[in-house]
Design a protein around this ligand. Structure first.
Ligand SMILES: [Zn+2]
Length: 420
């Protein structure tokens, strides 16, 4: 098989917009590992996120290395070039050892007719009844269906192959982990589609270790899952069954697992996921990012004084530009604008009021999911504050770090990996 850098069973993707929370994030992994859930830390940042903040991919590597050194972390850790494409990957190649190849833009664009034909003819095993362990009804896939799926996904898979080989050339196959992401698209991929996609990925000889499909339901940024939990459970279990099957059938890496993007804060499905992972003895990659930026704001607000003041300023500025900030996130937020308090109201809030509205504590009647999602998408406003914002992060480091660690460990790793 093609060489690759192996990825551990449970891994946590952690985004950190301003590069100050690496230690606090790693501390959550230390705590989980001490309790028996070995978590591999992965720091991720996309091209868009770097552009928003004005950082270079090498800064994420520097942050990860520094956190690991300070805390004396002896196990593996990785730096993820998140959602890269051929035109954006180059400056990520040297500092990254994990690449999330985003091919969502090529979904539903047809591949060459001869390639589709060759794929269908090369995979007679995909046509007919396919019995997969732990899936109660065998898949019944017709030739027409394989063709339809190939027409929808083959070009995306070929693109992934091109990007993968580009990275191999520059870095060497043994030196990185490959994820393929298809989450940023309109419709979820069904388990039979996932099987066909994995067959195509194996044809491209991509030693894929994580795949990020789009799941059923809404994975809004920074808030809980919205959708049919039963349906999610069925599909998540079937996806795990398909992956276990495809690893054997197509010789894919034994470490291949699902990657859940916008994976933070999905409290209502963590128990479902934990049980399914246990049943299949499967690993998972959870990708989080903005949840840490929200903890920075919570920490600043909790600190009071100039910390609270800057949090209020960020809110007050952004509230004048609601539509402009929401537009790029339309498919991943559900904000009820009527629930966003006017700036004058927020300016009069105490630390406790600001924190209660923002912290993701569903039992707190003052928690406001619209307020939380809103602050989730306006990170740019903090970036514009430049040094003043960064200095506030330094000044209030202790209270922010406590919130960052607690959020990742108590609300994410514990329910997902350890059970409550
Ligand atoms: Zn994603």
């Amino acid at each position: 098989m093609t060489k690759f850098l192996p990825l551990g069973k449970f891994s946590f993707g952690m985004g950190d917009r301003f590069g100050h929370q690496g230690k606090a994030q790693l501390q959550a992994c230390v705590k989980a590992t001490e309790l028996g859930a070995e978590v591999v830390p992965v720091w991720n940042k996309s091209n868009r996120e770097h552009a928003f903040i004005g950082t270079e991919p090498s800064s994420l590597r520097a942050e990860a290395d520094a956190a690991v050194k300070t805390l004396g972390w002896k196990k593996s850790y990785h730096v993820d070039a998140d959602h890269i494409r051929l035109e954006t990957v180059d400056r990520f190649i040297s500092p990254s050892d994990f690449f999330t190849i985003d091919v969502a833009d090529s979904i539903a664009k047809p591949a060459a007719a001869k390639d589709v034909k060759a794929f269908v003819e090369g995979h007679p095993e995909l046509i007919g009844k396919i019995s997969i362990p732990h899936i109660s009804h065998p898949f019944a896939i017709t030739r027409v269906e394989v063709e339809r799926v190939a027409n929808k996904f083959l070009l995306a898979v070929q693109d992934a192959g091109k990007i993968y080989r580009h990275i191999v050339k520059a870095k060497g196959a043994a030196n990185f982990i490959t994820e393929v992401s298809m989450d940023e698209t309109d419709s979820p991929q069904t388990p039979p589609e996932l099987l066909i996609i994995l067959a195509a990925l194996s044809d491209e000889k991509i030693p894929i270790q994580t795949i990020a499909p789009k799941f059923t339901g809404r994975f809004n940024k920074g808030v809980d899952y919205v959708g049919d939990v039963k349906q999610f459970e069925k599909e998540f279990n079937e996806d795990l069954a398909v992956i276990a099957f495809a690893i054997k059938k197509y010789g894919l890496p034994a470490s291949l697992k699902l990657s859940v993007h916008s994976g933070s804060d999905k409290f209502s499905i963590y128990e479902t996921m934990r049980k399914a992972l246990k049943k299949f003895k499967a690993g998972v990659h959870i990708k989080t990012a903005g949840t840490t930026w929200l903890e920075e704001l919570i920490g600043l607000a909790e600190a009071g004084g100039d910390g609270l003041e800057i949090a209020k300023e960020i809110y007050a500025y952004a509230i004048g530009h609601v539509d402009e900030f929401c537009a790029p996130y339309a498919s991943v937020i559900d904000i009820d604008k009527k629930k966003l308090p006017p700036a004058a109201t927020v300016n009069g809030w105490s630390s406790k009021q600001f924190v209660s509205a923002l912290r993701h504590d569903q039992k707190n009647p003052a928690f406001n999911p619209s307020f939380r999602q809103w602050l989730r998408v306006i990170v740019k406003v903090a970036a514009k504050k430049g040094k003043r914002y960064l200095n506030a992060l330094k000044k209030h480091e202790a209270v922010i770090a406590r919130n960052v660690t607690e959020n990742l460990f108590e609300r994410h790793m514990k329910p997902l990996l350890l059970g409550k």
